[in-house]
Design a protein around this ligand. Structure first.
Ligand code: GLU
Length: 393
């Protein structure tokens, strides 16, 4: 209860949000022996119906396809080969979607299944397309029930965990809150399973490297993501103005439990969120490359300028023009993300060159910026660090 009283001033009741994305971990929905936990699902749907009644739109990102499929197929606990988990997902997803549709309709709600692959959020055209479909579902009054299309996703081209997928969906849809329901009740100063003395953290103002160090790598048996992917999700969400709550969804009516004071960690959204096109850039899951820059370039970027080749000290990764790259400062910390104007091979050739020398080296007249300011987003921790330094100095 103490945790709640500390975070109460920051977290308004769920029903006061406009649009909420709820991510449900596999372990909550699926029992390895008995299959789908129907009573639990019914209680969650009752909470969703209450939120809808109060005028709040809800999107669901539901895991559980692979876990449910392997139970239905009697595959036991052994490790699955890629094609086996794809087959398990095919069997599990159809049952999972059926259960959601049944339970929601018992409460008078319609639902629509949306299965996405990585390209649907990472490629601009497909991102806009997925967003249009999901907004239409919401307009028509249906609850979108979203999962990764695990049956066709291969290990190289997948989100892999629904935490980051849910963050990408939440920011794509402009949700004001993302709730991650899992089997852990929030963030601790260290993984509590390994460190019994770990302290619970009810409120995170900003995900700093210190906060990230608390995550460890632990993941439970059923879910792919541990605290690591939850913090990655938090970075994507909060940068775009979406607050995030992590809580254990293990009890019945897990959403109303949050309002009733169940333990949870609240991650505050940025007060200067990136918007629209820049949200898409900032939330990119895997940058295709890294561009190291000198201190002068970092200052120029902070002043809102484009990244010029002159400030580039290092180029790594194999990227094409238009791909997302991470821009890292002299200390190796990420300072920005943006769409690069050159292929990796050309970027290497012009790194460190003055603008006037670029055309001569490449043999064609090219853009002067390596990453144009319109295609660049500063990272949230960078902006905050600079503000703090300005205040101190
Ligand atoms: N998409 C996976 C499934 O439905 C779950 C991924 C995760 O656990 O985060 O089985």
């Amino acid at each position: 209860m103490k945790a709640r009283s500390e975070s109460q001033s920051t977290a308004k009741p769920l029903s006061r949000h406009r649009r909420i994305t709820v991510k449900i971990g596999s372990a909550l929905l699926v029992d390895r022996e008995t299959g789908l936990k129907r009573d639990w699902l019914a209680s969650l749907v009752a909470d969703i119906a209450d939120l809808r009644q109060a005028g709040c739109e809800v999107l669901v990102v539901s895991s559980g396809a692979i876990a449910l499929g392997r139970t239905i197929l009697g595959m036991g606990r052994r490790a699955l080969r890629l094609e086996e988990s794809q087959a398990a997902a095919a069997v599990g997803q159809i049952a999972l979607a059926g259960a959601w549709s049944d339970e929601l309709s018992l409460k008078g709600l319609k639902s629509g299944q949306v299965l996405v692959t990585l390209g649907d959020t990472e490629e601009r055209r497909r991102y806009l397309n997925a967003r249009a479909t999901i907004s239409t579902l919401l307009k028509l009054g249906a609850v979108p029930v979203i999962n990764e299309n695990d049956t066709v996703a291969t290990s190289e081209i997948r989100y892999g965990d629904n935490d980051r997928l849910a963050a990408r969906v939440a920011t794509m849809m402009g949700a004001d809150l993302l709730i991650l329901l899992s089997d852990i009740d929030g963030l601790y100063t260290a993984p509590p399973a390994l460190r019994p003395d770990a302290e619970f953290i009810p409120l995170v103002e900003r995900i700093t490297p210190d906060i990230e160090a608390m995550a460890g790598a632990a993941a439970s048996e059923l879910s792919r993501g541990g605290m690591r992917t939850k913090l990655d999700a938090g970075k994507i969400a909060t940068a775009a103005g979406t607050a995030m709550i992590i809580t254990a969804g293990t009890r019945l009516n897990p959403l109303s439990a949050i309002d009733a004071g169940e333990r949870s960690t609240y991650f505050r959204a940025s007060d200067t969120p990136v918007r629209g096109y820049k949200t898409w850039i900032a939330g990119h899951l895997e940058p295709a490359g890294r561009i190291g820059v000198d201190a002068g370039a970092v200052r120029a970027l902070l002043a809102g300028k484009s990244l010029l080749p002159a400030g580039v000290t290092l180029v790594s990764g194999s990227f094409s023009r238009g791909d997302t790259v991470a821009v890292v400062g002299p200390d190796g910390a990420e300072v920005a993300r943006g769409l690069v104007a050159y292929d990796a091979a050309d970027a290497v050739r012009i790194a460190g060159l003055k603008t006037a020398e670029i055309g001569k080296t490449l043999g064609y007249e090219a853009r002067s910026a390596m990453v144009h300011r319109d295609d660049l987003v500063m990272s949230r921790s960078m902006i905050a660090r600079t503000r703090e330094e300005e205040m101190e100095g």
